[in-house]
Design a protein. Sequence first.
Length: 318
Amino acid sequence: MKYSLRQLSVFDAVASQESVSAAAKKLSMTQSAVSMSLSQFENILDRQLFIRQGNRLTLSYWGRWLRPKAKKLLQDAQQIEFGLHDQHIISGHLSICASQTPAEYILPELISKIDENFPNLCIELKVKNTDHVIQTLLNHQCELGIIEGRLDDSRLLQEKLMDDHLIIFCSPFHPYANNESVNLSQLEHAKWVLREVGAGTRCTFEGAMHGLIDHIDVWKSYENVSVLKALVANGLYLGCLPHLDIVDALEKGQLVALNTPDLNLRHRLSFVWHKDAGDNPLRDCILLEAKRLVSRHEKKQDKAYLNLPYPAGFKALS
């Protein structure tokens, strides 16, 4: 082979940063050295790996084809290096991109367990909505995602983390607050405050409404869950969020959960990763620790965990 691991590393850094100067900073190299390495790599392969768009570099067709294979080679090389230096095999960095609910209610305990059991494994975390998590994975900008709701992209693999369910809720002084149940006509005539388009919660909500209600009056859409809850708590709106997000407010009486028997509001949280990513011991470690965490709480039927009032709310991986 005529190319080197250093050239693969430069290629991966430029692809990640979309900039030669930013890649140089990340790799602690000079900008000219990065440019030269990248140019030599493209000459060796006889392929243009990037398309220049002003000061930004985006992957060409061949660059997109090469990216997951280069990352796999670099990961394998890192594991070889750790093994030869008698370091623990679970060492290095793994980037996770998660939607809001798992980032706030699942990952803190999981990352704490990882830090305790695998101190040489560093997890980098980004928080985005489900659509952005999927795009981040497809663009190879992270190695593992956690999303809410459905995944229909065949380029990604998926493994269930847990089941939750969405709750339609209102303020204690909303006209629906004392209703034994709320029917579809009442839901259709309400004003709603919802997560933004692209959020897994919004996708599950719209899927539940499809074919049952022709039009929903969405008054406001927000990315921030806390803002959404506060608006509903202080106004005459309805909201819809995962049970994990509002259980505290329900217990404190700040919000009221509505009984909506006509709707299927089951909600799933899942790990996802790129099909081309290949084997990754760091990713496998995260999945295994998550499975242990979930199973432990399920066996104990710990109703206090995450403030869930039902023991079946935290399901094991399957």
